[in-house]
Design a protein around this ligand. Structure first.
Ligand code: FAD
Length: 397
């Protein structure tokens, strides 16, 4: 049996950043992943470019497929408006990076390996025992009859929306998962509808009650998907999967992309959206949750990659400094109040999307969405509208 200072379960962005940072601080780290990397991850793969602050020497050009600078909004595929992420008078040159998750996640896992972490792939954590202040972990290995067994003082659960660690640790009893589905449709950029551009992402609000559909441009395909963020607005008997499939096919029709809707390959996965403050470490301070395992997904937009990275970094710092008892509060200070405000915004927007769509169409809406993606309060054009917005939603910074 191997002994580590820290075991990280799951090599998504949250787990790999936690493993990398902890190994760089001198800890002996195991990063356990049930798949063989690089692996597919069901996701849109849109990340705010400000995530660069966490990448260290990793060159973004090795994984970026396109840099989105504009958002094209529609209501039921009509009433369209396109707005720019960067305002004409701002110095910032921000974009939403489009990545393929297999490439991006693999690059982060390799950073953890370079920092000294043991990456143990095709190994599924199956049970965890806690004895005398130590964690004993058992995992099934794909090509080995023997279980992988290791012990450690600390365990980080970075095992995603369906993760086991939170359950074993008795954390997050009030989790809230929503449904999201995507397809990766091959696309050649030489021809086609003129609304399709590598620097434009598309967002559609009328086709999915309580959610939205998207088209994200990638090098050789379009990522087309949809999510139902709030299912209270579905009529009785409406099937979530059918609604999202119809929206995806509707987007292909709208963008004049020939397709056979019976032959599309759909990938579905739950998104565990923020549902208020919860304890994210055990009382004995030995187990912590990061990323999707911790429910750190913005409840308005449904994005979680950058929050997985932020929480992975905070978790590694707490383990290295022996301050795990402060972990939940640190996460709440960094992400929680913004998520609380986003939850209030989601409750209003997804209840009255038709009424509020004219606000989405305004010229600064893509800039505001970008501010939210990077964890800032959107800056409105007049002090009075800013005051009302902040007061209603509780945005602080
Ligand atoms: C359809 C869809 C579209 C999305 N689009 C976006 C987007 O455009 N932008 C955005 O920011 N977010 C998006 N998200 C959310 C985003 O995918 C997640 O928030 C993000 O992947 C969380 O990262 P993570 O590291 O916490 O977990 P994950 O990326 O889920 O990684 C968890 C890892 O743990 C491994 N694992 C699980 N169980 C075990 C086990 N028992 N033992 C060992 N390993 C295990 C898994 O194989 C996986 O590799 C989307 C989600 C969905 C479903």
């Amino acid at each position: 049996m191997k002994t580590y200072d820290l075991i990280v379960c799951g090599a998504g962005p949250g787990g790999s950043i936690a493993a990398r940072n902890a190994a760089q601080k001198g800890l002996k780290v195991a990063l356990i992943e049930k798949e063989r990397l690089p692996r597919h991850k069901t996701c849109g793969g849109g990340i705010p470019s400000t995530v660069i602050e966490h990448l260290q020497e990793l060159d973004p050009e090795t994984f970026i497929e396109s840099k989105v600078k504009h958002m094209r909004h529609t209501w039921n595929f009509t009433d369209e408006a396109t707005s720019a992420i960067n305002l004409p008078d701002s110095d910032n040159d921000l974009s939403i990076w489009m990545v393929r998750r297999n490439v991006f996640d693999n690059a982060l896992a390799m950073q953890a390996v370079m920092a000294g972490a043991d990456l143990i792939e095709e190994t599924t954590v199956s049970s965890i025992k806690r004895e005398n202040g130590e964690i004993k972990l058992y995992a099934k290995q794909k090509n080995n009859r023997e279980d992988f067994i290791a012990k450690s003082r600390y365990l980080i659960g970075a095992d995603g929306a369906k993760g086991q660690v939170s359950k074993v640790a008795g954390l997050r009893p009030n989790r809230k998962n929503v449904t999201a589905i995507e397809i990766e449709y091959p696309y050649e950029w030489r021809s086609g509808n003129q609304d399709l551009r590598l620097d434009v992402m598309h967002l559609e609000y009328g086709a999915i009650p309580g959610g939205y559909a998207w088209v994200f441009p990638k090098k050789n395909h379009l990522n087309i998907g949809g999510g139902i963020i709030d299912n209270r607005f579905l009529s009785v008997g409406q099937n979530q999967k059918e609604i999202i499939h119809k929206a995806i096919s509707g987007y292909l029709d709208h963008l004049e992309i020939p397709h056979d809707k019976n032959k599309l390959t759909y990938f579905a996965h739950p998104i565990p959206i923020w549902n208020g403050k919860e304890q994210l470490h055990t009382d004995d301070s030995h187990i912590l949750l990061v990323g999707d395992a911790a429910g750190l997904v913005n409840p308005y937009l449904g994005d979680g990659i950058s929050h997985a990275i932020t929480s992975g970094s905070i978790a590694a710092e707490c383990v290295a400094n022996n301050t795990v008892d402060q972990y939940t509060d640190k996460i709440y200070d960094k992400l929680g109040s913004h998520f609380d405000a986003s939850l209030r915004l989601a409750n209003i927007f997804y209840r009255f999307p038709r009424l509020l769509y004219p606000l989405v169409k305004r010229s600064r809406s893509a800039h505001h969405a970008m501010e939210m993606l990077r964890g800032n309060t959107p800056r409105l054009s007049t002090p009075i509208s800013q005051f009302i917005f902040n007061w209603m939603l509780g945005f602080k910074h």
